[in-house]
Ligand binder design. Structure first.
Ligand code: ADP
Length: 417
């Protein structure tokens, strides 16, 4: 029985290969690629062996495998035909050639024997091609990730270099303008006014340079914190005091509400935490119209405090809630950029939130924003959430030794307990 079928198969083979080649030539606008021609020549022999075996994997599948993998190496778009379509073309030309070369009954018998092998080969081919596709995409994605990482690194290197290069001339400007001020004759009010302008400009530039340095420290995990006992309410009251005249100028209100946990002692870096909250409050002032209100509230959670910096400002689109924490993630038109720290929608270089995030994360906390949308007419407002661990003991050994009379833990840090 099998010998009859194999004999019929051999009788069809030459005509089948010729027809397959002819069909491929019409399917292709250009000459048929060499690997496809080789596959078409080798496939009939592999299929013949597969027909004789119960397990059809030995001959046919390595051939399919080689073909599919070569495609991955050459890139996905280089072939006009995929393996499953090629098998379908071969199957159609086989059925046609069998009809041409054999009597109807014999042809039917042969096709019946061959079709299951084609089916198996096709499902194997689809599986292979999916695997190939995914592994190709994974490679492409890994490459794209690498490029992005390199770009981010260059950006970070650029910030560090630019900040350090700007520092030297800035120090010169500050030094010479202070010398000039010392040499002004009494009553020279006009030059004093001009020097005030230089002073304001260089102060703002110094803030930007310092922010650039902080961002590059955060990027390179070099931000070092000096932990000491702090009381959040006191820290927030200092910020409220700092912003007093600005808030008055903008006819806004800035409230700091006491909340459970805000009066407890915890360990943190007061300078850095103040910097983070200063950035949040400065943004709340900037993105809230005149007459609006800003409120700092919070609550105690097990082991943490959650602080909320809420404003009645223009709000932030949900799709930007992550982007604003990335460096230079400022929103809006860069051409509308203003250098003012407090003017409505004053803008800035887009470093305030990444710095706040870096400081909060370095404390073992988290920061995120909640805002319905951006709407300058309706002003839905924004709420910045800051989660900070409540630390009864200092996290590092240095501050544990320094502050042990306060903690009563004989100088033991979190690590040693
Ligand atoms: P910038 O220097 O531009 O203020 P930030 O990193 O502080 O940079 O903030 C990034 C962007 O996030 C801002 O450009 C602004 O569009 C948006 N943003 C930050 N805080 C608020 C807020 N309270 N209300 C509305 N938008 C805000």
């Amino acid at each position: 029985m099998l010998t009859d079928i194999l004999a019929a198969y051999d009788a069809v083979k030459t005509a089948w290969t010729a027809e397959s080649v002819a069909r491929l030539k019409t399917a292709y606008s250009q000459p048929v690629p060499a690997d496809i021609s080789v596959f078409v020549q080798e496939f009939p022999a592999a299929l013949r062996i597969a027909m004789m075996q119960h397990d059809r994997t030995s001959e046919m599948f390595p051939l399919l495998d080689r073909f599919a993998r070569a495609k991955n190496e050459n890139g996905l778009d280089q072939r006009e035909i995929d393996l499953a379509s090629l098998l379908s073309l071969l199957q159609q030309s086989f059925i046609h050639s069998a009809g041409q070369c054999l009597a109807a009954e014999q042809a039917l018998e042969l096709v019946e024997a061959v079709l299951p092998v084609f089916q198996q080969a096709t499902s194997w081919a689809i599986k292979l091609e999916m695997e190939t596709y995914f592994s190709y995409m994974a490679q492409e994605l890994a490459q794209a990730n690498l490029t992005l990482e390199q770009l981010d690194r260059s950006k970070s290197d650029f910030i560090a270099i630019a900040a350090h290069e700007l520092k030297t001339p800035l120090t010169l400007i500050e030094g010479y303008s202070s010398m000039l001020r010392d040499h002004l004759p009494p009553g020279a009010s006009e030059p004093a006014l001009l020097l005030d302008g230089v002073n304001t400009g260089s102060k703002r530039l110094r803030q930007i340079v310092d922010d650039m340095i902080d961002v590059s420290l955060i990027d390179n995990c070099l931000l070092s914190l000096h932990f000491q006992p702090i009381w959040l309410e006191r820290l927030l009251r200092d910020i409220q005091h700092e912003f007093h005249s600005i808030v008055l100028q903008r006819r806004q209100t800035l409230e700091v509400l006491p909340f459970p946990g805000s009066q407890e002692m915890t360990f943190g870096d007061p300078e850095r935490l103040a910097q983070a909250f200063r950035n949040l409050v400065a943004n709340a002032v900037k993105y809230t119209p005149d007459g609006g209100s800003i409120r700092i509230d919070g609550r105690k959670l097990p082991g943490f405090v959650e602080l909320l910096v809420q404003d009645t400002g223009i709000g932030i689109q949900p799709e930007h809630h992550t982007r604003i924490f990335e460096k230079f993630g400022r929103l809006g038109d860069a051409a509308l950029h203003s250098s003012s720290k407090v003017a409505f929608k004053g803008g800035g270089p887009g470093l305030g939130l990444p710095i706040a995030k870096g400081i909060i994360t370095a404390h073992g906390g988290a920061i995120w924003v909640e805002s319905e949308c951006r709407d300058e007419q309706r002003c839905p407002g924004s709420v910045f959430h800051v989660l900070l661990p409540l630390r009864k003991t200092p996290p590092d050994d240095r501050s544990a030794r320094l502050f042990h009379p306060l903690t009563g833990l004989e100088g033991k840090s979190e690590n040693q307990r």
